[in-house]
Design a protein around this ligand. Structure first.
Ligand code: SMO
Length: 733
């Protein structure tokens, strides 16, 4: 019987779909201690009393007093002058927010650990926090005052994004096991094991080579698992203090309460437009709340949102002010898109406001202002290097594939019929990753290839993609190639999977490593075949000399073993620049007149992911991101009231289900990146960028005839109904 899960699809799928995946919580043995985190039940405030004596049955109790001498977590100093506010790990004296860890209680029984924590007396007197400034930076270019003075039209837009959860099926989890040789082995549900190793080493005062961090199967990450958390530190510390295995797995409510959140920024902008509809000046304010502490990547969304403006459009005069300050609630951090969605939505809302103000067709307006393909690569006014894209080409393809004329006609017919209908477009450009990645390729004694990629796997199919890349270059079946990832014991340094970097940077590192490996293998094969390296060619399964003599990979491996050597390449590749992906999206919506319930029509999306190596994996990333993009546009929202989280469960926080996702019509329109030899760009975050912006425009287009000029995401039935109702009753919104 043929295998229903064909191995050539993704090697990851069969075990995951059959329930044979191994996640952190599957790994702790019966001897492990469970760690329970006692959290502040109110905040911000002052700890008036903390009495742990009633929990004396615990194997170990950690409070702030036990953390003396520990180092602090790092915050990526992306923005000059930024003031880092790292997590205190356990609250000392003050808590910045409800949910902050105050004590850790360890016991061999999971439920008993929780019961003991319940017995602890913790009293918090609520006090308003100050909300210290953390980031402040500007981008300025050209003469903005002159642009606005010369403008024929000036439009404005403002979007207050809700906080959302980087929701993962697998919650955060950590397991630390002291080894006999003095090493501490830590299994983490993380997308950045090497960063976690370095952070843990710094905080715990250990040499990094005494720590080995392993990411086993990871059930989604989306930015929420890219920075070290207090719980990770507590698990490692407790293992060191007790000499025993220690494990912690977040409950769903703990993840909503204490994992980082994303978005949450408020962006406003004004766009100056000349008589021909040309964008001549942009002023923007980018304002992010950072929550109660700063994870490693806390500055990323603010910086991205500001630097990506004005997106795909050529605007010479800009004035962009970005601010972020500390505040209440969970830490704010990157979430799939990380500032890119916010930049795209502001710019695209402004564009459609111009269309409404001038009567110029929204697609033509974008065509007039998009940077032409021939003008790239180019510096943007914020100093970014935009490598290669064909924005006008994307618009033309969207026009044709979505049949925008037909969509417009259908909308107008629906309106004529008394229905509420809208059409929205979006054009976006997104930078995909920077920095280095590593790769290792070795020939095993049995002739199989063993590869290790620094790009970690959390469900995207990195292992399959790596095997396929190497299979093509080595003339081998993917099955002949073993791929591993996510283990600091296998690669001394790496970055991991974030910022849509795994193919553009991770796969380029692997491709370069493969070239070096082939050079080495060919030289050894030439020796074995007694000819020059130039006379050795690659053949399926091995090498062949120009004289016709053959040598298999296992033959080569045997020869190497005989000589006592290993054929192995360790490679580190640093990307010279970011690869910018781009795309164009059309969304339609119809809104129920009675209830305000929005229903999306098919989403048309023309995507430029650069050169596509794995079409199926790309489609998976695009559609997965789109699903989360639909979620943030239509339903997802973290809500606090008086410092208390109201959306602490899946009964209160709505994530999209399959039935919420409209039909998706994808068109691939690749322009190879100029930033790497593969020509690859990123796709992981694309669905969160253009899709919510197009939906926002469709919603505004639908509501404009009713007099609603502004509505913030998520565009729930209740919000839409209220917006319509407020206008019809003369209310102001
Ligand atoms: S938000 Mo991503 O994991 O860089």
């Amino acid at each position: 019987m043929p295998d229903p899960i064909a191995p050539e699809t993704r090697r990851e799928d069969a075990p995951l779909l059959r329930g044979a995946g191994r996640f952190v919580d599957d790994l702790g043995g019966p001897e492990a201690l469970f760690l329970h985190v006692l959290r502040a039940d109110a905040g911000p405030g002052r700890i008036v009393s903390l009495d742990v004596s009633a929990a004396s049955g615990a194997t170990l109790i950690l409070t702030a007093a036990d953390l003396e001498g520990l180092g602090r977590a790092g915050v990526n100093p992306l923005v000059p002058g930024m003031v880092p506010h790292p997590s205190p790990i356990l609250a000392a004296g003050r808590v910045a927010a409800a949910g902050e860890p105050v004590a850790a209680i360890l016991h061999p029984d999971r439920e008993r650990a929780a019961d003991l924590a319940e017995a602890i007396v913790l009293e918090i007197e609520e006090e308003a926090g100050e909300g210290a400034d953390a980031l402040s930076f500007d981008y300025a270019a050209g003469d903005v005052d002159a642009a606005f003075a010369a403008a024929v039209h000036v439009v404005s837009a403002r979007i207050a994004h809700p906080r959302v959860s980087p929701f993962t099926l697998e919650p955060r989890a950590a397991l630390a096991v002291p080894q006999a040789n003095g090493e501490l082995r830590v299994w983490l549900s993380t997308q950045t094991p090497h960063r976690a190793r370095d952070d843990l080493a710094r905080i715990l005062g250990l040499s990094p080579d005494r720590l080995r961090v392993i990411a086993p199967d990871v059930g989604g990450a989306f930015g929420g698992k890219a920075s070290i958390y207090p719980e990770d530190v507590l698990v490692a510390l407790a293992a060191l203090r007790t000499g025993r295995a220690v494990r912690w797995t977040a409950r769903r409510s703990e993840d909503f309460l204490a994992a980082s959140h994303g978005r949450g920024g408020t962006l406003s902008g004004r766009l100056a437009v000349d008589a021909e509809g040309r964008f001549i000046g942009l002023c923007a304010d980018v304002d992010f709340p950072l929550g109660s502490w700063m994870p490693f990547s806390a500055a990323v969304p603010t910086r991205n949102a500001a630097r990506i403006l004005p997106g795909p459009y050529g605007i010479a005069a800009i004035d962009i002010k970005a601010r972020a300050r500390m505040g209440g609630g969970a830490a704010m951090n990157i979430y799939r898109g990380a500032g890119r969605p916010e930049a795209a939505m502001l710019m695209e809302r402004l564009v459609e406001e111009v269309a409404a103000a001038t009567g110029i067709d929204a697609l033509d307006l974008r065509r007039r202002n998009a940077i032409p393909r021939a003008a790239l690569p180019a510096r943007t006014p914020t100093g970014e290097w935009l490598d290669a894209s064909d924005f006008p080409g994307l618009l033309d393809r969207l026009d044709a594939t979505a049949d925008l004329a037909a969509l417009r006609a259908a909308r107008d017919a629906a309106r004529a019929d008394g229905r509420i209908a809208g059409l929205g477009l979006a054009l976006y450009a997104e930078p995909c990753g920077a920095g280095f990645e590593t790769a290792r390729i070795a020939l095993r004694p049995d002739g199989r290839i063993a590869a290790v990629t620094g790009s970690t796997a959390q469900g995207q199919g990195r292992l399959s993609a790596t095997a396929r890349l190497l299979a093509g270059r080595l003339h081998l079946a993917p099955d002949a190639i073993e791929v591993r990832a996510g283990d600091t014991g296998l690669l001394p340094e790496a970055i991991g999977a974030l910022a849509s970097r795994s193919t553009a940077i991770g796969a380029t590192a692997m491709a370069e490593a493969c070239d070096l490996f082939l050079g080495l293998a060919r030289a050894r094969a030439a020796e074995a075949l007694q000819c020059g390296p130039d006379e050795v060619g690659l053949a399926p399964g091995g090498f062949v000399s120009s004289a016709g003599a053959g040598l298999s990979w296992s033959g080569l491996a045997a020869a190497a073993t005989e000589r006592g050597e290993t054929l192995e390449i360790d490679h580190r590749y640093t990307a010279p620049a970011e690869a910018w992906a781009s795309g164009a999206v059309a969304a339609t919506v119809e809104i129920d007149v009675e209830t305000g319930m929005p229903t999306l029509g098919p989403i048309h999306w023309v995507d430029d992911a650069g050169r596509v190596l794995n079409p199926r994996l790309v489609e998976g990333q695009l559609v997965g991101g789109l699903a989360q993009g639909v979620g943030e546009a239509l339903m997802e929202r973290i809500v606090y009231e008086g410092g208390q989280l109201l959306t602490g469960s899946l009964m209160d926080y709505q994530v999209p289900r399959a039935s919420d996702i409209p039909p998706v019509r994808l068109t691939s329109a690749p322009v190879p990146s100029a930033a790497n030899a593969l020509g690859a760009k990123g796709v992981g975050e694309a669905g969160n960028i253009g899709v919510p912006a197009a939906i926002a425009n469709a919603i505004h287009d639908a509501l404009r005839p009713l007099g609603v000029t502004r509505i913030d995401p998520p565009f729930t039935a209740a919000r839409i109904w209220e917006a319509i109702h407020d206008v019809s009753t003369g209310g102001e919104r």
